[in-house]
Design a protein around this ligand. Sequence first.
Ligand code: ADP
Ligand code: MG
Ligand code: MG
Length: 252
Amino acid sequence: MSTLEIKDLHVTIEGKEILKGVNLTMKTGEIHAIMGPNGTGKSTLSESIMGNPAYKITQGDVLLDGESLLDKPVDERARLGLFLAMQYPAEIPGVTNAEFIRGAINARRPKEDPISIRKFLKELSKIMNFLDMTDEMAERYLNEGFSGGEKKRNEILQMMMIKPKFAILDEIDSGLDIDALKVVSKGVNEMRGSEFSALIITHYQRLLNYIVPDVVHVMMGGKIVKTGGPELAKKLEDEGYAGLRDELGLDI
Ligand code: ADP
Ligand code: MG
Ligand code: MG
């Protein structure tokens, strides 16, 4: 079992404090969700966990199995088992989707033991089929000209191929129609197991009907203000963030 621990995390962007002391512990085997209004720092949290240098950590820590990740660059964190599906996945012209995924897999293996092309292609084809993706998607340049839904589905393909220990899925549901939402959810549910954990970031409850989380956190004003079970997501859907603000007497 592995543990990812976020401890009293404070993060500033361009001198402005966005995260104001986030605490969150996840263990493999668990699915967590973070819900929160726009602009509250959800993407800031995911980028900070992954190590994007644009986000300055001024206090607190991010620990994997007790070891701080703060001095480790993004690629090292990926090797250690972290994965981020970004809210706005980057386009990388000139690199095909298949090349990118194979590179990511090999970066996590010993240099002398890359995955065989045959094995890779077999696995890729199997998972693309599972995600209702057409084969030609593999040979297209990464995310270039992909629709919003194709990008999100492709992030799930990467996750399933790379098999991280901790996957952070930042608004993987945004812009998805119901069929794509079901496919994306099917992919995450397929990964569920004792060696996998996901942090599902969303501001809609809808996704959590398909991926039922073990724990739901609500983030407001750069902090986690409430933690509960799946029923918390339903309550938010009914009462809105304003209802929770009133209940907790928050002034944010
Ligand atoms: P969320 O994902 O919850 O919608 P974000 O983490 O994207 O929130 O943003 C939190 C706050 O940080 C917002 O006020 C946003 O404007 C600000 N912010 C995010 N990224 C940047 C950036 N690169 N430069 C300046 N401000 C930023
Ligand atoms: Mg946002
Ligand atoms: Mg965001």
